[in-house]
Design a binder for this molecule. Structure first.
Ligand code: COA
Length: 419
């Protein structure tokens, strides 16, 4: 049917789920938003999506309210202005919410055409879309022949779809962030902590890209991650990522979603190497921990001198979300020979602000706690905080802070009697 007809399933007071990442059903969202002023109290929840998020428009106040499990560029302003909500949650635990206290009324998703057995693939985003499709009262799907047909736990039978809208358009793309000198230095220090045969998780952005770019001389790396982008394709093509030494799902590249360019989407299309898994499986710390030599590489906005990591807010201003950071930090910490790494630039705002701080700014979220933290990496080096007392942490962190801030950081630590 037409999108305008399909979205009539949405009524006042219902909870609507929107498919994630590059699988966002933009046509359904346009049709929904065209009549959104007629609604009252519709809740729209999602993870991260590419492209516009028109349901966060100011004029839809009172009609539609967005609830973000992770705040992306397209929803940040609405959340920061108090017109949309943020739900802090581990990515591995969202499926549990959708199955219990946050049931979905209508799921708007995008899938590949059905195969000869009637199975559509969820394509580039399986993450929490799989559970939404399994549990929603109504599932409205765009079927797009340009959606890659990915393998793994990625399939939904066409009989599960309440209504279908046929579309035919390329997926939204995310260009790789350029690697500057600082990111390259950080990538080099991260690469120094990675051994041949390790299994990696990495997040999105310039720092994970730089870490991947620094790994070209490694051997037999494996991937068990929440998401990946084009940098992983380079390493597969160079023969660096073989997944041959993995101790869990050997030979398979496990992920929950992918986001990048058309080259990446072509790479995952009908590729048995790629095992798409829901986030409640791939991010489960107990599953992550099955990978011997598991190395998690995530980023942060600030770290205090005791090792508390803030990754989701700048002071009280919500910036992103918890995502899979803590899932993978804990999984890697439990894995045999595992190494959780938080890698961040030592400064922000052109070197005027240190991201290593005596205390997190008031209102900051503690994403990774000081008991969970292990490795912190900046462009000045790497520090392992695990097992170190606060005095030793201060010394280790000051040594990898930007030089112009080291004296004041040490003075602040002394004033607090930490050293
Ligand atoms: N004080 C003030 N501003 C700060 C700051 C600080 N301490 N730290 C960063 N900023 C500013 C930066 O200058 C930048 O501003 P700009 O956009 O105007 O340049 C902005 O905040 C973003 O910082 P940046 O370091 O570029 O962020 P990023 O894109 O590399 O993302 C995280 C870093 C932490 C936000 C991101 O990794 C994240 O959301 N992590 C949490 C979830 C997670 O780890 N998931 C797991 C894998 S997906």
């Amino acid at each position: 049917m037409k999108a305008e007809e399909a979205i009539l399933a949405i009524r006042d007071g219902l909870r609507v789920f929107v498919g994630s990442g590059a699988a966002v059903p933009l046509g359904l969202l346009d049709a929904f938003c065209a009549r959104a002023k007629q609604y009252k109290d519709v809740e729209v929840c999602q993870l991260l999506t590419l492209g516009p998020a028109p349901y966060t428009a100011r004029e839809l106040d009172g009609h539609v309210r967005h609830n973000a499990f992770f705040v992306g560029a397209n929803t940040r302003e609405a959340v920061q202005e108090g017109r949309a909500d943020f739900t802090p949650v581990f990515l591995s635990e969202i499926a549990g919410l959708l199955r219990t206290t946050m049931p979905i009324d209508v799921a708007l998703v995008q899938v590949s055409p059905p195969d000869k057995h009637g199975f559509c693939s969820l394509g580039v985003s399986v993450d929490i879309v799989k559970v939404a499709v399994e549990t929603a009262r109504v599932v409205v799907a765009e079927i797009n022949p340009q959606m890659p047909r990915t393998h793994g736990d990625a399939f939904v039978h066409v009989s599960r779809l309440s209504s279908i809208v046929e579309v035919d358009h390329p997926l939204p793309e995310l260009a790789a962030e350029p690697i500057d000198e600082t990111a390259r230095a950080i990538g080099g220090h991260v690469a120094g902590l990675v051994r041949d045969g390790d299994t990696l998780q990495m997040g999105i952005g310039a720092i994970p890209n730089a870490a991947l770019a620094a790994l070209t001389n490694h051997k037999d790396l494996g991937i068990h991650t929440e998401m990946f982008s084009d940098g992983v394709v380079d390493l597969v093509e160079k023969g660096v990522i073989t997944n041959a030494k993995k101790t869990h799902r050997r030979g398979k590249l496990v992920t929950t979603f992918v986001m990048g360019t058309k080259r990446l989407y072509d790479f995952v299309d009908d590729n048995p190497l790629i095992e798409m898994r829901p986030s409640h499986y791939a991010n489960d710390p107990a599953i992550v921990a099955k990978n011997r030599g598991m190395v998690s590489i995530n980023s942060a906005l600030a770290v205090d001198l005791t090792g508390q990591v803030c990754a989701d807010s700048i002071g009280s201003r919500i910036y992103s979300g918890v995502g899979g950071q803590v899932d993978f930090v804990r999984g890697a910490a439990k894995a045999e020979n595992g190494r959780p790494i938080i890698a961040l630039r030592a400064t922000a705002k052109n070197g005027t602000i240190s991201r290593i701080v005596p205390e997190l700014a008031a209102g900051s979220g503690v994403t990774t706690s000081r008991a969970d933290v292990h490795w912190i990496v900046t462009e000045y080096g790497a520090a392992n905080l695990h097992g170190k007392n606060v005095r030793q942490r201060v010394e280790a962190l000051v040594a990898i802070a930007a030089p112009q801030f080291r004296d004041e950081l040490m003075a602040a630590a002394k004033a607090r009697r930490w050293i």
